[in-house]
Write a protein of this length. Structure first.
Length: 338
């Protein structure tokens, strides 16, 4: 056999051995992944029909590994650890109420981006809006009429000092889109305020489909603002309030508050503000929560914290008593169908 032939045989043999090794490595990795997924207590998701009219359900973005990851999923409130049903709807942020859903999702293509998709009660797309940044917050009013979403258009973290947001509101009845809350008039103590650095996020709606609350950041400070949709105004109420969530009875706002002396990347503590008296109560959750909480009822808050597969949903009492507890593993962006 010639030297050239020997070299050719050697190269082919090396290539075959490399291919065998690669296949073995991939199979071992797959087996390891399956073992990871098969751990006792890990969530199980199965494809199925999810609607917004089935009462007593909790909906969320599923983060459990597998083919249903990132899909809108549903479990009964009475058994949140059970098998979750997943719809063929992928979202980065999700919320729903009274038969209306909002899904903020990525868009692939030559020019990747993001969009806000209005969903009907069967989670079918009704209308799509392009959004100019990375999704971060989404909310539907209790009646299902009003929808709001927030995206980062510069920076990507509320913990960082330098970021910019864009918050839009949409009226499903009049089909009116307010593409940027920064176009609303800001009132402070009755006087109009103008600033180039106004940023809004974290809208939460009252039951009258006109009033709403949100966060306004300006001058290095955050403010709770109350908005009037018909007048296109917002007025400042209180400093150091972020991501408000109005209670079902309309008397309190749960929010995250920056505490002095805390790490820059984890500065928040959950509080509840009584709107009539101005009294604040710290929630028993002592970990930093970077989320807009959901009220499960008049007494219980639900929120996301980092978990093994991205995030887990935890719950805590709104009155500051008790202790937090894990409610749904591998999940985020919850919505309640009461």
């Amino acid at each position: 056999m010639s030297t050239r032939a020997r070299l050719l045989v050697l190269v082919l043999a090396t290539a075959v051995l490399a291919a065998v090794a690669a296949v073995a490595t991939l199979r071992a990795a797959d087996r390891a992944t399956e073992r990871e997924r098969a751990r006792p207590g890990d969530p199980v998701a199965a494809a199925g029909a999810v609607t917004l009219h089935r009462p007593g359900r909790l909906l969320f973005r599923n983060l459990a590994w597998g083919p249903q990851r990132d899909r809108v999923s549903s479990v009964p409130l009475a058994g949140t650890a059970g098998v979750r049903t997943s719809a063929p709807v992928d979202c980065l942020r999700f919320h729903a109420a009274a038969g209306t859903g909002i899904c903020l999702r990525a868009v692939d293509g030559v020019l990747p981006g993001h969009e806000a998709v209005l969903l009907d009660a069967r989670l079918r797309p009704v209308r799509t809006f392009p959004v100019p940044g990375t999704p971060t917050r989404a909310r539907v009013s209790p009646s299902g009429r009003l929808v709001a979403w927030t995206v980062f258009v510069g920076g990507d973290s509320y913990a960082a000092g330098a970021f910019s947001t864009r918050t839009a509101l949409y009226d499903t009845r009049t089909r009116t889109l307010h593409p940027n809350l920064e176009e609303f008039t800001v009132l402070k103590e009755g006087r109009r305020q103008r600033a180039a650095d106004h940023n809004f996020w974290g809208v939460t709606f009252a039951t009258d489909d006109n009033r709403f609350y949100a966060t306004l950041a300006t001058g290095g400070r955050t403010h709770l603002v109350e908005g009037d949709l018909s007048r296109r105004t917002v007025r400042t109420l209180r400093e150091n309030v972020e991501c408000p969530s109005l209670s079902p009875d309309g008397t309190r706002v749960a929010f995250k508050k920056r505490l002095p002396g805390t790490p820059t990347a984890a500065p928040w503590r959950l509080h509840v503000l009584y709107l009539r008296t101005g009294r604040e109560t710290a929630v028993a959750e002592t970990r930093s929560v970077d989320d807009q909480v959901l009220w499960l009822n008049d007494h219980t808050l639900l929120y996301a914290l980092p978990g093994d597969f991205g995030a887990d949903l935890w719950s805590a009492r709104a009155d500051g008593r008790g202790a937090p507890r894990m409610t749904v593993k591998s999940a985020t962006s919850p919505a309640l169908i009461p």
